[in-house]
Write a protein that binds this ligand. Structure first.
Ligand code: HEM
Length: 310
């Protein structure tokens, strides 16, 4: 039995918080249109190590600096996992995927700066950041549960019906698609396509073209996701009533998806106020990151304890 040291737990926590800051800084870059704040230079900023003091270049440069520091934290976590906990396959997978997605995120970000990309490619960036954040959060949860159980591998208290595992897998993949559509709206500057909520430009079904079409698809996809998660919540309540850990996570996922829809409504209400929009869209990003990570954690725990598995 191996005990998780507090040093390792602290490193995992710092990496996870750092990754959240990278997500936040990335959102700030797109929200303040600072993506070209360093010109088309990488890794320098407008050809200099210390950038000119325009707000845009400072935001873009801070984003790069935070990403670089968090990259080092991810590397340190990976090395410490290999050195001290290599017999735990789960920890190695989380640490390695955090490393993989962080490198992919940095490479995509650098390519986007040097060779301006299509909106479809830029929209991928946010989804990859979410995968990197989720990996670091899963590692932190793994370390916490190991510490709490005195070194025993995490295991849900009862077997989980396969239907729950399948529903959670579909929900996770579908959420990723809704996230991509949201990021696509951002990168095509289509947010104003639907003013007002719940109606879009005063209509239940607006004329479906251009920006309105993108935002309307995002809203419909979001509504389907809300009902789907409500269905999973009820399914877990009914068929996993004796697994309180999973029921707790299902409650949390349901609360988060309701908050996500509300934050979408608040974001829409602030579309004409650029000061507030920075905060409301960061809120929209933060809630969805937490929601995606909770769903991934539920899927992994249920899959490890699925019915029929010895
Ligand atoms: C419930 C599921 C939802 C998910 C998973 C989701 C996810 C996202 C994501 C990931 C983004 C892109 C963030 C970025 O690239 O920085 C986004 C953007 C956006 N979402 Fe949602 N969203 C949801 C619901 C809604 C709802 C219900 C509304 C409207 C009422 C909405 C309105 C918007 C708008 C207007 C944008 C563009 C923001 C901008 O350009 O700054 N979303 N969404």
């Amino acid at each position: 039995m191996t005990l998780i040291t507090s040093r390792y737990r602290t490193l995992a926590l710092a990496t996870c918080i750092g990754m959240l800051l990278v997500l936040l800084a990335g959102a700030l870059v797109t929200n303040t249109n600072s993506g070209r704040g360093c010109g088309d230079d990488f890794p320098l900023c407008n050809g200099k190590f210390i950038p000119a003091y325009t707000v845009e270049s400072l935001i873009e440069y801070s984003h790069r600096l935070i990403s670089g520091l968090v990259g080092l934290l991810v590397l340190a976590t990976f090395i410490m996992t290999i050195v001290s906990y290599r017999r735990y396959r789960e920890a190695i997978i989380y640490a390695a995927s955090a490393g993989f997605f962080t490198v992919l995120q940095a490479v995509l970000g650098a390519i986007a700066v040097v060779w301006p990309q299509s909106s479809a490619v830029l929209a991928l960036h946010f989804g990859i950041s979410i995968l990197a954040f989720t990996s670091t959060l899963l590692l932190l949860l793994w370390a916490d549960r190991m510490r709490r159980s005195g070194g025993k591998e995490d295991r849900l208290s009862r077997p989980i019906p396969r239907s729950v595992v399948v529903l959670l897998l579909i929900a996770l993949v579908y959420t990723y698609i809704v996230i991509y559509i949201g990021a696509f709206i951002r990168h095509t500057h289509s947010s104003g396509g639907c003013m007002g909520w719940p109606l879009c430009n005063g209509q239940l079904v607006p004329s479906l073209e251009g920006a309105t079409l993108y935002v309307f698809i995002h809203r419909v996809a979001a509504a389907v996701l809300l009902f789907f998660i409500a269905g999973i919540w009820l399914h877990i309540k009914r068929y996993c009533s004796n697994v309180p850990e999973l029921r707790k996570s299902a409650n949390l996922a349901f609360i988060l998806i309701c908050c996500q829809v509300l934050s979408g409504a608040v974001l829409t209400a602030t579309l004409n106020n650029s000061d507030w929009l920075v905060f409301t869209s960061i809120l929209h990003n933060m809630i969805v990151s937490a929601f995606f990570a909770v769903l991934a954690d539920m899927l992994i725990r249920s899959w490890k304890r699925r019915e029929g598995r010895t």
